[in-house]
Ligand binder design. Structure first.
Ligand SMILES: Cc1cc2nc3c(=O)[nH]c(=O)nc-3n(C[C@H](O)[C@H](O)[C@H](O)COP(=O)(O)OP(=O)(O)OC[C@H]3O[C@@H](n4cnc5c(N)ncnc54)[C@H](O)[C@@H]3O)c2cc1C
Length: 302
């Protein structure tokens, strides 16, 4: 999150970054014990994680409907949400201003390799000569690297996010409530997701089934956010996350290659600014970071 704040400052306070923290509460003894353990673990690592009263939570988010029996609400003050498409556009514009040539919608068909060095990217009708390459192809990682003889166990996890019309009271923060998580969306509505309405449930659902999943999310959101009583679904989006087999980010030099690096992570929005900075230091300045030691691709080559 510190890397996000730094990047937002560097980009001149662009509005893609929405701070204010996040709120979470749990129902049931087991879930509450899990939540307490999480808050303790994060606070122990120096992250701003604490419990606040239900009343204070409602003071922060007046549109919420935290049930009366909930006494503790976790508050993560440094959490934020990001308008990722906007940030990507801003970054591309900033890169172009610094002389980068941005080529959109150009598929890289393969990499031309000689003696452990990537010499060029093969595209339709030609090649792009490269001194160094960073492969960030998300869920396509495994298929993209296989022809190079590199086996990276990166799976594909489907997800569905539903977007609603504008609620009576705007939601400022990210909220993790039992059965649903929600935040404000750029259009003024709410963006909804649910951990149990995810992955294979979404992957194997028909178009009608996916619409039904979105409707279920809305139903749950109305329960925890009474201000959303009258909202309707505007759309739902299905996306695919890249998921390393050990569920940890993969970032670093591709085994067997002198000048090729990769990043594959299911937390690319959260970790993007940090990973980008660390990999840029490594590729451009030859300064690998010890922070990345547990996340190197060669853990799968051993
Ligand atoms: C439902 C859902 C919820 C999510 N929630 C979170 C979250 O809460 N927090 C978080 O941090 N992240 C979240 N993510 C983000 C996600 O999990 C990834 O971390 C993120 O998308 C990775 O970014 P990326 O740029 O590496 O890959 P992608 O976003 O997948 O982008 C890869 C790009 O590479 C392009 N590409 C692929 N093959 C080629 C080729 N051969 N040539 C040229 N281009 C190619 C693709 O077209 C695509 O544009 C979520 C994603 C989904 C779908």
């Amino acid at each position: 999150m510190a890397a996000h704040r730094e990047l937002a400052r560097e980009l001149g306070g662009d509005v893609a970054y929405h701070d204010g923290g996040s709120l979470e509460w749990a129902e049931g003894d087991d879930k509450l014990a899990e939540l307490r353990a999480r808050v303790k673990r994060l606070a122990g690592r120096g992250y701003a994680a604490t419990f606040i009263t239900r009343e204070r939570a409602l003071g922060l988010e007046p549109g919420l409907g935290v049930p009366d029996h909930v006494r503790e609400v976790a508050f993560y003050a440094d959490d934020a949400w990001l308008d990722a498409p906007r940030l990507v556009r801003t970054l591309l514009d900033a890169a172009a201003l610094k002389g980068a040539e941005v080529r959109s919608n150009v598929a890289v068909r393969s990499l031309r390799v000689e003696n452990g060095r990537v010499e060029a990217l093969a595209i339709d009708g030609g090649e792009i000569v490269a001194k160094a390459v960073l492969v960030c192809v998300g869920p396509a990682t495994k298929a993209f690297l296989e022809p190079l003889g590199v086996t990276m166990p990166v799976g594909r996890v489907f997800g569905l996010l539903a977007v609603t019309s504008r609620p009576a009271t705007a939601l400022g923060r990210v909220v993790h409530a039992p059965g649903v998580h929600l935040r404000g969306d750029v259009g003024g509505g709410l963006m909804l997701g649910a951990d149990d309405l995810d992955g294979p449930v979404v992957e194997h659902a028909s178009a009608a089934g996916r619409a039904e999943i979105a409707a279920q999310m809305l139903e749950r959101a109305r329960r925890v956010y009474p201000s959303a009583r009258d909202v309707t679904l505007v759309e739902h989006r299905v996306g695919v996350r890249p998921m390393p087999s050990d569920r940890h980010t993969i970032a670093g030099r591709i085994p067997g290659f002198e000048n090729a690096w990769m990043i594959a992570t299911h937390s690319g929005v959260t970790l993007g600014p940090l990973l980008g900075r660390l990999l840029a230091d490594e590729i451009v300045r030859g300064a690998p970071s010890a922070t990345l030691a547990p996340f190197r691709p060669d853990r799968f080559a051993r």
